[in-house]
Design a protein around this ligand. Sequence first.
Ligand code: UDP
Length: 412
Amino acid sequence: MSKRNIIMISIHGDPATEIGSEEQGGQPIYIKDICRLLSKDYRIDIFTRRKNKSEEEIVELFPDVNVIRIEAGPLEFIPKDKIYLHLNEFFMNTVRWIEKNKKNYSLIHSHYWYSGSVALKLKDYFEIPMVHNCHSLGRVKYNVLEEEKPPFADMRLLEEELILRRANAVIASTPQEVKNILDLYNVTGENIDLIRAGVDERLFRPIEKTEAIKETGLDFEKTILFIGRITKAKGLRILIKALKKVEIDFNKELKLLIVGGDISGAMHSEIESREKKYIKKQINELNLSDDVIFLGPIDREKLPYYYSLADICVIPSLYESFGLVAVEAMACGTPVIASKAGGLAHTVKNGYSGLHFVPGRSDHLAKRILGIITDSEKLREMGINARIRASIEFGLERTVRQIKVLYVSLIF
Ligand code: UDP
């Protein structure tokens, strides 16, 4: 039987763009990873917003996986919090594209509420089943974390509830996400499937320290690694504060490596620029300039060298719906110290594959770092456990197998 066609929608987060823009977080990476494996059985078109004229309209990511760029709003980078203004145009131009190209799809799979909102309309228009990944939830952000509400907050909450009710299946990536949906939204939840995100173990594997030093050109007595976008929610401020506290009681060489952030400056919002300025100022004021190294964005293929080089990977996020970095570090055999928040409470097992600390508490984080950084035996043991946990619970093959079972149950 020939392969069925699937539409994926990722309006913000184009899986075919370079890393280093603020929209290049876990979502496009997850999509790229699952599509690579799903393409053995399906032909997939990933619809995303076109950001400039020079971008090609269609890019082949892998055989049978194409990215289709649809015009909606100005042909320029728009920060994530402004994209909601262009959802209707995205819907209409997507329908036009599909009809012009005489495409026939069997299922639509959307990511984040922007895409979910458009997917609901496409589901009705083409009469096809819909699968949705939340990636983050408005009610968690505004009600639980009490984040400042952006202008679209009310629209988001309304749309989210519709998506959660009307999608044929909602993929939740952690038990915490299942609980959040059931507790915070007016839904019955029989359409929720728990499918954990996973990482490719062939890419994320432990690498000998000597090889990692040679590849990265970095060689320090002790190394802490942070990987992620530089936004307030990622908690880098807390880690910097903790580092200062650690240094007071620690007399060996200790470096903090920071990977990520948009160094090109071309594609980031005001918010990210402000946070970067704040962090740089904080580092200067705390006299940490020699101990913190900004490496900028690094290609995912090279990241295993950095994970393997580090003694510990710290994830100080105030909230993470899943947190791919935690699992990547674990798969490379690196213990993780993470705030006990969102998905991190589930991916990192306290005292086994890493340690938890109270979100937002730099004193607790400093204590955690000091308690483990010189204990080579404990670090080694946790590193081995981390790898085992990543392999048993968070393998990409398993994630994709479960998604396929779900697709098969919805496609006739
Ligand atoms: N990443 C990368 N290069 C970088 C920084 C980050 O490839 O320089 C990847 C990282 O490996 C991870 C993703 O970006 O796969 C971030 O996903 P995560 O779920 O941790 O956070 P999000 O950005 O979705 O909040």
